[in-house]
Design a protein around this ligand. Sequence first.
Ligand code: ADP
Length: 512
Amino acid sequence: MRARILIVEDEQLVGKDLANTLDRLGYTVIGIVGSGKKAIDQTLEELPDLVIMDIRLKGKMDGISAAEKIRAEEDIPIVYLTAYADDTTLDRAKGTQPYGYIIKPFVEREIYTTIEMALSKHGVELRMKENEKWLSTVLNSIKDGIVASDTDGKITFMNPMAEEITGWSIQDSMDRPLNEVIDVVGVKDHSAESNAKGAEQGAHIALMGLKESVIRTASRGDLDVEFEGSFIYNEQGEITGLVVAIRDISERKAAEAELTRYREHLKDLVDQRTSELEDTNEELAEANAALETFAYSVSHDLRAPLRAMEGFSQALMEDYGEVLDETGVDYLNRIVGASGRMDSLISDLLIYSRLNIPDIETERVHLESVVLDAVAQLETMVQEKEADVFVDDPLPEVIAHRPTLTTVFMNLMTNSFKFVDPNVVPIVRIYAEEEENIVRVWVEDNGIGIPFEYQQKIFQVFERLHSLESYPGTGLGLAIVKKGMDRMNGYVGVESAPGKGSKFWIELPKAK
Ligand code: ADP
């Protein structure tokens, strides 16, 4: 596009001549005016790309005054046209920041060079202004304070956020030392690199390496801040200044402090609670131990009178059976039966109490031999019930306490033989599943099954689901199993449904 030029020249011939030259050079002359006033009017109205202004003009206003007025209104480049000028005039001309001079009488080449340089310089300036505007918009709107200084540490720039954080206004801080405006009173974090540089080049440079610090502000007292510093380098790689981004982290710090306080408070509470619990646990353990010792000695001491009762009932039956009528015999039989039940109860209680002995030592145990041992001990019952027992062969080795594990199997199998419908032949299967570190052993029966809601309860002491008449028992069998498994670091559970049989399982560490 051809550049549009306005010529301001009061000598008509010179103006025309210049217009012709410009036309030849490829420019569009939008007019030739002869006075300062007209020059201003037409420029402001048509906004040419360039004004060529004769310094000397007829009338009150010369070219320099006209140029001043134009530049005050619009950013339009002006090139002066002059034959000669004294120093005062030239100084005045300089004050209007002209883009060049064309000396009369002019030479075509020079005109071309001067105009092209003026247009290009103006273009560059426009772009720079746009960049500056963009940069200052960014700096003014960001949430960080930005402070720049020269190499001596004198402040050259501050954005509004930096004014707010430091409490210093841009006017007051200009040319002041950086470390006066950013007055660090508490160093929390300092990079070694910047320490070295700082020692070499001055305190303001030491500021660059700070990460978190406390500064003394001009209006808000001491403030927690975070820094991010960079050096400004020129093309030669020399440091020409510093930029420090500064962020107010007082709210974050306050929140952190609050959190720490809460955490400590919570820790105190937990510590206190833990120690209370430990005390209670200790007391409980002591009480339990006392109770169990008591249960053990009572059970033990009950045995002797029970034996006496059984013995004398027997003697009574043998020696005086004949003189007793039917009712008397029935009573005696009931005494014998009750003594028998009491004996089972006492022996279960003793087993249960014995499981409290402090040192149950576990070892590698051959599962199959333990199961077969338990079956052998239940031989009488197996025969009585005509039960079928199937034991998988082989079974893996586990880590357990052999006598306790035998007791566990005996109790599980006794229940399997016992809890079947009348006239049903008990069938019991024992098999194992191995995982990486554990062995799960199943004791499966074809019995009456257990409703789901009772499957946890039955492991508690004296929990029974049936009357003594239909299914005799002490209510301690599964409690013994549970306690035994606990003591061997194992687990026990059941899967069952009424009428579908039961599958009890125990879990123990696998022997490796
Ligand atoms: P006990 O056998 O002396 O009654 P346990 O503690 O061994 O006591 O068992 C508790 C209750 O759990 C039993 O009374 C019975 O109701 C139920 N139970 C235990 N094993 C089985 C089983 N294999 N099949 C059905 N019910 C069972």
